[in-house]
Write a protein of this length. Structure first.
Lengths: 283, 317
């Protein structure tokens, strides 16, 4: 029985991609052109030829959004306690260690506090290369604390999602993070502090079915895969090929699930403008 | 029993265009093959996989069975006022020990026709929106809410995605903590991931002894980690999805005992056990001032934090 209605993202980034990003040249997944890595990086990891948005690391995301790339990181020392003592073909602890080595992070989310176009904000960014950006107790606790900080300091909150959903290796504890974060967002909502959810590729499963869909504004990057069930699960369920563009950001916009699709280059200005219009920094 | 299962398979095969039906067929076939169509552990179920089988037992009581056994004057209310009426979620007004309440729950079907009508207990977005509508209605009139959880998960389909399955679940998760009335959750069968959680945020979470609650099914977990379904029993063990495990984590508050062999052996006795705890929980919760109730509901979730603080604070920026 498939209860697992989230994207079956590979647990580790596929080898092919690693090889691609290690060299000087990168192949665009959309237009298949070979790009010079420096050009790509200079263009905020968007293909200079076709505009395809590559995945962005959590660090790069915060550096892009905060003024001069500067911010103070909160709760960086939180790490998983492996509450289930989970072990399949290898132990969860090993997976955590490897993910830490690969990303330099202790879990799949960074919370930063800094200035966004001159005004204070708290931004959380998810790291896909940390076990598929999956949400366990650490991601849940970090977002809950980010919400507490926003409530205490009256800062607006931005969360950039990039995740296959809840983290299987923390079982029902990771499931509960959906409820815990959403309950925190209810408080932010009642306190009338703005929260903008930015959905990047991919945002599925328990992350889309909780905080990623609960923004005062829900905005997405072009072409991002967004959904509750992963496309493969749906394909297996209905035994049909899915229509072209299904569960892409443009599809969600057309179905009324998003406020806007915002290209990465315009993201910072968009956030600053809308937060200002919402009165995020009026005293 | 055996011929009954074969008959069900034959009936279902006529509807085999949907995966839900195909999975059901597969499940029935497995039952036949295993010769455990009358699966009855002699003693208490000890292995997690035994409980998975009991939680999904074809004779296990469903939400409407408990509603008839526990409530009077049940008056079903339909529809989400936006798109439709989802048969996988039932709800309505009722009386519990004389006092009006709102009841909401997942509903599975017993025979083929009912299974299709109930979509195997897998709600679409309109089901979650109906549930939320009824819960808001309850809060408006200060009726306590009782939810019954029993679903393999939210339905993964094209229509469900088009109508915002993720948003529907997410909104319930944000709204339930705000409900200004007591909410008691009874997990009595399968607690399948976000599709279960979407009606399972409350002040007290009670769980039947052989019910399960998990972020992923053992089958899917097995297929991701081992690339096959053969490790589902091991997956059930490592996922820690039993009531006992979850009580240890503070995810559920109380384990409700079942009669020997499982709830399906004695609906009356199971319902009596639920009544006892439900009654105590509602009495206790209705004595709390509303603000205190909401504070405790939030703190109950906020406490679900397990992590370690490692040294080596990284400077950033
Ligand atoms: Zn390109």
């Amino acid at each position: 029985m498939a209860w697992f209605h989230k994207n079956k993202q590979p647990l580790e980034p596929p080898k092919e991609k690693r090889v691609q990003t290690e060299g000087l040249w990168v192949k665009c997944g959309a237009c298949r052109r070979i790009l010079w890595k420096k050009d790509l990086e200079a263009n905020l990891l968007c293909c200079p030829r076709c505009g395809h948005h590559f995945k962005m690391s959590a660090r790069a995301r915060l550096e892009m959004l905060f003024d001069h790339g500067r911010y103070v990181e909160h709760d960086a020392h939180l790490a998983s306690s492996d509450p289930l003592q989970f072990r399949d073909t290898k132990s969860y602890r090993d997976r955590l260690r490897r993910a830490e080595k690969a990303t330099g992070l202790k879990d799949a989310l960074i919370t930063g506090e800094g200035l966004l176009a001159g005004k204070p904000a708290i931004i959380c960014a998810m790291e896909f290369d940390f076990i598929g950006g999956s949400m366990g107790a650490v991601v849940g606790e970090k977002i809950a604390r980010a919400i507490d900080r926003c409530l205490a300091q009256r800062h607006p909150l931005v969360i950039v999602s990039c995740s296959g959903g809840a983290r299987m290796m923390e079982g029902a504890i990771s499931l509960m993070q959906m409820a815990k974060i959403s309950a925190g967002l209810a408080r932010l909502d009642e306190a009338q502090r703005p929260y903008i959810s930015v959905l990047s590729d991919p945002t599925t499963g328990g992350v889309s079915a909780s905080f990623a869909m609960l923004g005062d504004l829900n905005i997405a990057e072009p072409g991002a895969l967004i959904g509750f069930a992963g496309p493969r699960v749906i394909e297996q369920t209905i035994r049909q090929k899915l229509p072209e563009g299904f569960q892409r950001a443009e599809f969600l916009l057309a179905h009324g699930m998003l406020d806007a699709i915002v290209p990465r280059k315009e993201l910072k200005a968009y956030l600053a403008r809308t937060l200002n219009l919402l009165g995020a920094w009026d005293s | 029993m055996r011929s009954e299962i074969e008959k069900q398979i034959a009936e279902l095969e006529r509807y085999a265009e949907s995966e839900a039906v195909r999975e059901e067929i597969e499940r029935l076939r497995q039952q036949l093959a295993a010769g455990r169509d009358g699966f009855q552990p002699t003693g208490p179920a000890t292995d997690a996989w035994d409980r998975v089988l009991l939680a999904r037992h074809p004779q296990r009581p469903y939400t409407l069975d408990y509603i008839s056994a526990l409530f009077t004057e049940f008056t079903e209310l339909h529809g989400d006022r936006r798109f439709g009426d989802d048969g996988a979620i039932v709800g309505g007004l009722a009386r519990f020990e004389g006092r009006p309440v709102m009841v909401v729950g997942h509903q599975k079907g017993r025979d083929t026709k009912q299974k299709l009508l109930r979509n195997f207990g897998m709600p679409n977005p309109e089901g979650y929106r109906k549930a939320m509508r009824l819960m808001h209605l309850a809060a408006k009139f200060r009726l306590p809410i009782v939810t019954f959880v029993d679903t393999p998960g939210a339905y993964p389909g094209i229509g469900a995605e088009e109508r915002g399955q993720a948003e529907a679940i997410a909104l319930n998760l944000r709204e339930m903590p705000k409900l200004r009335t007591p909410v008691v959750v009874v997990i009595h069968g399968e607690g399948g991931s976000g599709g279960a959680l979407a009606i399972a945020v409350g002040d007290r979470v009670l769980m039947l002894e052989n019910a399960i609650y998990s972020v992923i099914s053992p089958e899917s977990c097995s297929s991701i980690l081992w690339r096959d379904w053969d490790h589902k029993q091991e997956a059930a063990r490592i996922l820690k999805l039993t009531a006992q495990d979850l009580q240890g984590f503070g995810i559920i508050d109380e384990v409700i005992p079942e009669p020997p062999g499982g709830a399906h052996n004695d609906l009356g006795q199971t319902a009596a056990s639920i009544r006892l705890r439900l009654s105590a929980a509602l009495n206790e919760l209705s004595r709390l001032p509303l603000e205190e109730l909401l504070k405790q509901r939030y703190e109950r979730l906020r406490r679900l934090a397990t992590f370690v603080e490692e040294s080596g604070h990284r400077a950033a920026g």
